[in-house]
Every structure is written in C-alpha cells, then in structure tokens.
Design a protein around this ligand. Structure first.
Ligand code: S3P
Length: 429
C-alpha cells in the first residue's frame, strides 16, 4: 500500500459494526435456544473466525447483507467439532469461547495464527481451572484442548485489567451451578455485562472501594434475541485522529458506540481542546450510540498530553493511533502504565516506536509506554508486524507525513476493518 501525505479529510462515513460487541452477540446466541438475529454484525476477519468456530460446534449460521442469523438449542447442544477450531488472529474468540467450552458437554481444541499462538492464555486457564475446568495448553499458550464438564463457582479477583478474562469467567459462570464472583480493580469494557442484563441473566454488579464486583448465578439459559451492533469506536478512532491532525478537516461518522468504558480516547482529546461533537445520542440493545463530528482546530492545549493509570484499559486499542497523533500535538504525548500493549496482536509499544522512528519522529520507548515529541514526519517503509491497528495507524501517519509511505502487508487491516483504505481515500480532498 502506497500513501502520499494528505491535506485534509472531509465527508461522512460509516464504520463496521463493533468487533467486541459482535463477538459477544454471536457467542451468546450460540448458547441460547432458538434463532437470534444480529444486524450490522462486524464484517471483520476476527468476527468471521468466531462464526466459523461456532459453525464447527454445530451451530447453524446464516448471513445476509450484514445481518447474521444464529440458531442453536443451547450450550448442551454444542457438538464436538471434526477439526480444531481456528480462532485466526482473534484473542477475543479464543478467550471467550474457552469460557463457554469449559462448562459445556463437549470437547474441542482451539488454535490460532502465529500471533495468537504467542499471546498469553494462562490468564484464562488459571481461573477456569480453579472452577474445575479441564484444559491442556502448550505451557500457557495455544493450542488449548478443552474438555467441557460441570464446573464449580469461584470468587476471583482479576490480576490483569482484561475484559476478555472477565468475560471468559462470566460466560463459564453463566453455565455453572451457584454464584460465581469476579472482582475488577481497574474498569474494563463492560459489553458482556450489558448483554447479560439485556438478556435478563441474573447478574448483580456492585461498586465498592474502586472495585467492581460481578456476581452471576448459574445456570441460566437465555432466550434467543434480536440485536444490532453499533459502529466500532476503535475503527472510528483512526478517522478522528486524522481529522484532528490534518488542517481544515471536518468529518462525521454515523452511529458509533459510545459506551463509557470505550470512550476515553474521545474524552481526553475533547478535554485537550479537540473539536469532537457527539450528536443524535440513543441506545441500541443497552449500548449507547451517537454520531461523531470532528472538526480540525488549532486551539489544542499547549502542554504535553499525558495518558496513564485507570484510563489505559479504556483506550487500550486506540494507543497506536494516539501515538501517531502525538507527533501533531503542540507539546507531544506521554503514555504510561500500558505494559499490556506488549501482549496485543503485536508488541504495540515496540511497533509504534520503531515505525515512528523510521518516519523521523522523536520518540522514546518506555517499558510501559512511550514519550512522543511534536515531530515532522517523512514517508518511510512501514512494517505492520501483521497487526491491523499498526497498519491503520500508520496509514494515518502517512497522511501526516511529507512524501510517500509504503506499508507492507497492509491487508492485515481486514482483521478488524475490511475496506479501511477505500474509506480513507474517499475522505481525502
Ligand atoms: C477486548 C478486550 C481487550 C481489547 C481487545 C478486545 C474484548 O483485550 O484489547 O481488542 O473484546 O473484550 P484484553 O481483554 O486482553 O485487554
């Protein structure tokens, strides 16, 4: 992919359905009895991996025009697949499905691509084993061989801020007799909890002393449902950053999820002086949604933008594009407490630092983040490390840069956003 530096972006766009929410809607449909219908289902490769795994477990799936119809007879109807379940690049698929399979009556092996096979699975194996699950792994990494069996409830405090781990335990708890308790000390995305509430599952949530305590009483088998995924804020973030960084830009993004556990990227930039307006606010299946309008402004604050602490899980997927935007902020950017970024589809701290350095940015790598100075970027050859968010972040960096940028393996953007480069091109004036 070759990209030449751009002037501004202008126009209206729609981003794909939210990936995190689509995974959850599909996986939960597979443990409902009956046919569920999901509109605006994410067209990402990751969510297609989830659908393929569910099909191989005997779930009936029909797709037409962005709507997916999922028919199941509940968790007890899941069947042993003939081959290993391939989760591709998708951590959410592997971790959430593990929670379901551990408490099922069937068995399956979960595999992933090279990147997913390097990502830590001990974080789900440990709590699921405490519940009595039978999981064989390669020393804490995929492949995971899971033999479903009746589990026992536990009380578990999450040692890492991870919505995937929280969700794996809640899904196991939903299908386990008794009350399973999960305690979260740093807030992470709450889509699973919202979906459980939407389906009237017996989930109690309490806040105490900066902790969130979740209690799920199982077994509960939800009724099939109709739902829709809002637009993905993590996909919208690339256009928001481009509009803030490119003089004269003005864009509008239709119907994007603005769940407060996902909007720190917008919140910190608004507080920093960026002109981001949320209009037409409403709710879809318990998830808040709005149109997002972004206008370029020169009235950004003059001190460095610092992002750290409990905000981090709330914008973890947006940090690569924030790093790129850091080069355009009046006094740069400092990101700390983001060590988890090293465990994503690639080591995103190292990927952002290496690529921004290649483009001539002044950037310092920290163990848990980076410090970016305002910098003029020059076109360069970008290495995506097969990571969709690195590819898209550096397509925007290419627009900020002078000269031509070449992104190798740019098609990995399809993992979350098929059609990304076409949308971006269409907005260039
Ligand atoms: C996700 C949770 C986050 C996020 C990932 C999607 C989810 O991962 O980075 O892209 O859908 O629950 P962790 O739970 O590993 O932090």
């Amino acid at each position: 992919m070759k990209i030449i530096g751009g002037e501004s972006i202008r126009g209206n766009i729609k981003v794909p359905g939210d990936k995190s929410i689509s995974h959850r809607l599909a996986i939960v449909s597979a443990i409902c009895e009956g046919t569920s219908r999901i509109d605006n289902f994410s067209r990402s490769q990751d969510c297609q991996s989830t659908l393929e795994c569910l099909k191989n477990l005997g779930v009936n799936i029909k797709k037409f025009n962005g709507t997916v119809e999922i028919t199941s007879q509940g968790i007890r109807s899941l069947q042993k697949p003939e081959t290993a379940l391939n989760c591709g690049n998708s951590g959410t698929t592997m971790r959430l499905l593990s929670g379901v399979l551990a408490a099922s009556d069937t068995e399956a092996t979960l595999i992933g691509d090279q990147s997913l096979s390097r990502r830590p699975m001990k974080r789900i194996i440990e709590p699921l084993e405490m519940m009595g699950a039978q999981i064989e792994s390669k020393d804490g990494f995929a492949p995971l061989e899971i033999k479903g069996k009746p589990l026992s409830p536990i009380e578990y405090t999450l040692p890492v801020a991870s919505a995937q781990v929280k969700s794996a335990i809640l899904l196991a708890g939903l299908n386990t007799k008794g009350e399973t308790t999960v305690i979260e000390t740093a807030e992470t995305r709450d889509h699973t909890e919202r979906l459980f509430k939407f389906l009237k599952a017996p989930l109690q949530i309490a806040n105490s002393n900066r902790k969130k305590i979740f209690k799920i009483k199982g077994p509960f088998s939800p009724a099939a449902f109709d739902a829709a995924a809002p637009g993905d804020i993590s996909s919208a973030a690339f256009f928001i950053a481009a509009a803030i960084g490119l003089k004269g830009s003005e864009i509008s993004i239709e119907s994007v999820g603005i769940n407060p556990t996902r909007t720190a990227f917008i919140g910190i930039l608004q507080n920093f002086g960026a002109d981001i307006e949320l209009s037409n606010k409403h709710k879809i299946c318990g998830e808040p949604v709005a149109d997002i309008i972004v206008r370029w402004t020169e009235k950004l604050q003059k001190h460095p933008l610092r992002v750290d602490g409990p905000l981090i899980p709330n914008l973890i997927d947006e940090l690569p594009i924030l790093g790129v935007l850091g080069t355009r902020l009046p006094a740069g950017l400092e990101v700390r407490d983001a060590y988890e970024l090293r465990h994503k589809e690639s080591d995103r701290i190292s990927a952002v630092v290496q690529n921004l350095k290649k483009m001539g940015a002044k950037i310092e790598e920290l163990e848990d983040g980076f410090i970016v100075a305002p910098s003029r970027l020059e076109g360069a050859e970008i290495e995506t490390f097969g990571d969709h968010r690195i590819a898209m972040a550096f397509a925007v960096a290419a627009l900020f840069a002078e000269g031509e940028t070449v992104i190798s393996n740019a098609e990995c953007a399809n993992v979350s956003f098929p059609g990304f480069y076409d949308e971006l091109e269409q907005l260039l004036s």
